[in-house]
Design a protein around this ligand. Structure first.
Ligand code: NAP
Length: 298
């Protein structure tokens, strides 16, 4: 099936393109600039130049597709609102015009905020999270689904460790001693290997129940401090240190500091019930694999 992926040159977009192409789909990745085409091609897709904020280019890109995945995201919060929310609306309009049957909206488990108990797909959204626009994009797509316009599904990854994004920043920050956890670092994160996250997009696209959301994380939620200490040991960096919550809020902004200091142990039961089976169910195997792939572990 032809599948259009927006944000295909991005961190999660490349993982999704790779998984879909490896499974035999005809993957078209939207890029804003021709120079980004090589990233999509390296993942096994074909690149097409366009912009989710430009309906004409989106219409051309989606022509003939059976499904689309929305992973385009901005570099700043303001840009992300336009790209995640406005881009999702445009993608739905283009999909409807081209009779595309399925859309998968990438989101993230930060929408659930700090939780003492295990997060499931049915845990309510929290207020004031930095990536609130992901929740907004979800709602728009699911509303279109309820209106009978398209089969919409949502994928909510946890902390995806891979060659970029927060994990590459963590590795660099541990190497130069600047990375900090928030508070005492006892709060849990739910990690998932980048390739397993990409595969989750494929499984949800092919087998997910329209109207449904799926969390993506491995089997082992872990306290942030334990996770970061594990990475530091592997790369022979000094053990990580923490910063008081008030200082994190001052330096990173209150919403981001709250998100990084939130307790988020999530369940992958719903995704596993679809047949998703992570190659790395435990970060203790997945992180060394990723560090080797990134060339920071011999
Ligand atoms: N990173 C994580 O661990 C993680 C975890 C959970 C959820 N998420 C969510 O997943 C989504 C994607 O995150 P990411 O980390 O993959 O982001 P990313 O690496 O910054 O990639 C964003 C992509 O969107 C493209 N883009 C930006 N504006 C566009 C536009 N107007 N039209 C078309 N493409 C555009 C970018 O292209 P250019 O290269 O041209 O800028 C880039 O390819 C976000 O909603 C994020 O909150 C991420």
């Amino acid at each position: 099936m032809k599948v259009l992926v927006t944000g295909a040159s991005g961190f999660l977009g490349r993982a999704a393109v790779h998984a879909l192409a490896a499974a035999g789909h005809d993957v078209v990745g939207l890029v804003r600039a021709r120079e980004k085409a090589a990233l999509v091609e390296a993942a096994g897709g074909k690149a097409v130049v366009g912009d989710v904020l430009d309906l004409t280019s989106l219409g051309r890109a989606i022509h003939g597709a059976g499904a689309a995945i929305h992973l385009a995201s901005g570099a700043t919060a303001k840009e992300s609102v336009a790209v995640r929310v406005g881009g999702c609306r445009n993608l739905l309009t283009a999909a409807k015009a081209e009779n595309v049957r399925r859309i998968v909206v990438g989101s993230g488990y930060w929408v659930h905020g700090h939780r003492e108990s295990t997060i499931t797909e049915f845990t309510p959204f929290a207020r004031g999270v930095p990536t609130w626009y992901n929740g907004q994009a979800e709602r728009i797509a699911l509303d279109a689904h309820r209106a009978g316009q398209i089969g919409a599904l949502v994928v909510r990854p946890g902390m995806v460790y891979g060659p970029g994004s927060w994990f590459a920043a963590m590795v660099r920050g541990l190497q130069d001693g600047t990375w900090r956890y928030v508070g005492n670092g006892a709060n849990h994160w739910s990690p998932v290997h980048w390739a397993d996250a990409g595969e989750a997009f494929r499984v949800v696209l092919e087998l997910g129940e329209p109207g449904g959301a799926y969390l993506v994380c491995d089997d082992r939620p872990v306290p942030v401090r334990t996770f970061a200490s594990f990475v530091a040991e592997r790369i022979e960096a000094p053990p990580p240190k923490g910063v008081p919550r008030f200082w994190a809020a001052l330096t990173q902004g209150p919403a981001l500091a709250r998100a990084r200091g939130a307790n988020q142990a999530a369940s992958n039961a719903r995704l596993k019930a679809l047949g998703w089976s992570p190659r790395f169910p435990d970060y203790r195997q997945g992180v060394p694999d990723m560090l080797r792939a990134m060339g920071v572990l011999r």
